[in-house]
Design a protein around this ligand. Structure first.
Ligand code: CA
Length: 645
């Protein structure tokens, strides 16, 4: 466990009070305001309001400018007296007109719907025990990521949670007991910053959205707080959630969406520095690598600085443990490496990963973008492996097309690539891997192993859509087989929340704004399919208890992971005994894992001797479920077999 060093934290906070992160500096005696603009700006008006929305300004002040070292203008002003509880906006003039009111680009508290900044004392947002909050000590190689959406997880009455759809749900004992029983140790939260697509004044409408439409990057979303009108509530409740998860030994990872904004017109970026935060095409139109109408320009100094300061702010103020970059392939490599360096200075364990692709063509040289294929050039940064995902379930482009899980041969090498965590391995033929032409990971901790996430169909729907006539028994067997590949990969395993409850989304491929009836978890499934949760927790327990499954080093993987002869739709491997002599605290000897997607049983051959079976059919238990002899060993149909001596 790491104690926060108070002085170091204070120093870090002071260091971040630069032009972007220091738009408001509150004290009871005065409030200071500052905003950075392009040199062409003619004037900046600051308005103070009594409310977060509506009403006339209490005061309007013209800020004064001075040049920044970078050649921009910094507009500053101070108002005497205690403004706590008031709200503010900036309004920047270019040419003859003011561009419109904005809370600035770096508001850290806002009123309802994020239209005005809020003047608060950040220390008023700290829960009483915040001073004792510590980040759980979990190395990247030991992480088990659980991706959730606040509303999916807790909105249904079957969850039994008192704060359905709110940050606070994750602070409740029942929620934490479930996560602990499952065994995951990091919660990856879908966008939790202030986003635009849910009207916070109409929460009674129960509108759903994933939240990939950023408004204020450095403020928690109001719709997940108990009172979006109270600027303190969302900040404090977010911290209460972090505090409770940390106390339970669970890390908190934020899904960050710096690659685009909800819109260009009216975005705080655009109102402050027109076009400076975005990439433009040669014809002056906005490049659209995000598929959402625009793409930001991390290669521009101000956007790079914004991203660095934003992640540092979340790490320092909210004690965040990791960041998942949406469409990371839109950002440039240099920016991602700068973020790695800055976050390592706060805590080297802060985990960084992202989608190593874009959703369209970017207006930037492809070889300088933070794509999956460039992960080798970004030490300490990981990417999702669509290789193992699609080798298991089938291609993202066609929900009806099956792969390994359906008993279709030809995907074995892609799965072996995934089992080895994307690092160079003498038995993996890279030419036979579906989407990769080189081993893109230097270390297995750069590889996110998964079969489903919020995007595309969840696992149950995908299996049903791609394998006609699937029985419930087969559905469960294949679901468990899929996750066994994920959880025995040397990469970092990642699962979508609710898979342990055999969730489905009624076949909806893209549920970003589907109602709760599609997206919610049905907790009664825990009683309906107890064998599923039991297997997931047993499997995760096996992984966590045995470092052989997450050696954490490419060299160890190459030396100690050996694949057995490949058969059609069967991948088997041996984790060799002797890890102890190489500094790995492994209590088991030889470990064998076989993944059989065939509709018939198959056999593998292992050395003679007595072995303890820990996974077979739909059972997984670290203490063992049977004893078998070596030689020719039968692997039951459509399931995994794991045994050790
Ligand atoms: Ca919002």
């Amino acid at each position: 466990m790491k104690r926060f060093n108070l002085i170091a934290t204070l120093m870090a906070l002071l260091m971040t009070v630069t032009a972007l992160a220091g738009e408001l500096t509150y004290s009871p005696g005065e409030s200071r305001f500052a905003i950075e603009t392009l040199p062409a700006a003619k004037a900046v008006k600051l308005r103070i309001y009594a409310e977060g929305t509506g009403g006339k300004p209490l005061k309007t002040v013209n800020l004064k400018s001075s040049p920044t070292t970078g050649g921009n203008l910094l507009w500053e002003g101070a108002i005497k007296g205690d403004l706590k509880g008031k709200f503010y906006t900036f309004d920047v003039k270019y040419g003859k007109s003011f561009r419109g009111e904005t809370p600035g680009v770096f508001a850290t508290a806002v009123g309802v719907n994020g239209r005005r900044g809020a003047i608060i004392d950040m220390r008023d947002t700290d829960p009483t025990d915040w001073g004792t909050d510590v980040r759980p000590d979990i190395a990247p190689k030991d992480l088990i990521l659980y991706e959730l959406h606040h509303r999916d997880f807790s909105i249904d009455a079957s969850s039994g949670l008192k704060y359905p759809g709110k940050f606070l749900a994750l602070s409740e004992p029942r929620a934490i007991a479930h996560l602990k029983a499952l065994g995951i140790n990091a919660v990856h939260m879908l966008p939790s910053f202030d986003y635009a697509s849910v009207d916070e004044t109409r929460l009674q409408d129960n509108k759903y959205n994933w939240g990939y439409d950023p408004l204020n990057y450095n403020v928690p979303e109001g719709g997940y707080s108990t009172d979006p009108y109270d600027p303190i509530a969302r900040v404090r409740e977010f911290k209460q959630m972090v505090r409770a998860l940390h106390a339970a030994g669970i890390k908190v990872v934020l899904d960050v969406v710096y690659n685009h904004t909800y819109s260009v017109d009216g975005s705080p970026f655009q109102l402050t520095m027109p076009d400076e935060y975005y990439r433009l095409n040669a014809d002056g139109s906005y490049s659209n690598g995000s598929g959402c109408g625009n793409e930001t320009a991390s290669d521009h100094e101000v956007m790079r600085r914004f991203m660095v300061e934003s992640v540092k702010y979340w790490a320092n103020e909210y004690h965040i443990d990791g960041f998942r970059f949406d469409l990371m392939g839109i950002h440039d490599i240099e920016t991602m490496n700068a973020i790695r360096t800055e976050l390592s200075a706060i805590d080297p364990q802060i985990y960084i990963y992202g989608e190593g692709w874009a959703a369209g063509t970017c207006a930037y040289p492809a070889d300088r973008l933070a794509m999956k294929s460039a992960i080798n050039r970004m030490p300490g940064i990981a990417a999702f492996s669509d290789d193992i995902r699609d080798a298991l379930r089938g291609p993202f482009s066609d929900d009806s097309k099956p792969a390994f899980l359906a008993g279709i041969k030809g995907h074995e090498q892609s799965i072996m690539f995934g089992i080895a965590g994307g690092v160079r391995h003498p038995q993996v033929n890279i030419n036979a891997v579906n989407y990769s032409d080189h081993f893109w990971c230097n270390e297995p901790t750069q590889f996110i192993s998964y079969v489903s996430c919020h995007d595309d169909m969840c696992l149950v729907d995908r299996l049903k859509a791609s394998i006609p006539g699937l029985t419930t028994d087969e559905l469960i067997r294949l679901n468990l087989l899929a996750q066994t590949a994920v959880f025995t990969s040397q990469g970092v395993p990642f699962m979508l929340s609710g898979e342990e409850m055999l969730r489905d989304k009624k076949g909806v491929h893209n549920s970003f704004e589907s109602p709760d009836s599609i997206n919610h978890l049905d907790w009664t499934n825990l009683e309906r399919y107890p064998q599923v949760m039991a297997y997931y927790s047993g499997l995760i327990d096996i992984r966590k208890s045995h470092p052989a499954f997450h050696m954490g080093s490419a060299e160890l993987v190459r030396r100690n992971l050996e694949f057995l002869p490949t058969q059609d739709c069967l991948v088997a491997f041996h984790l060799k005994s002797g890890l102890r002599l190489q500094g790995v605290d492994e209590s088991w000897g030889d470990i064998y894992v076989a993944l059989n997607a065939n509709k018939q049983a198959r056999t593998i051959t292992v050395p003679e001797g007595e072995y303890t079976v820990v996974v077979r059919n739909i059972a997984a238990c670290e203490r063992g479920i049977a004893v078998i002899n070596g030689g020719t060993v039968t692997v039951p149909a459509q399931s995994a077999l794991i045994f050790h001596n």
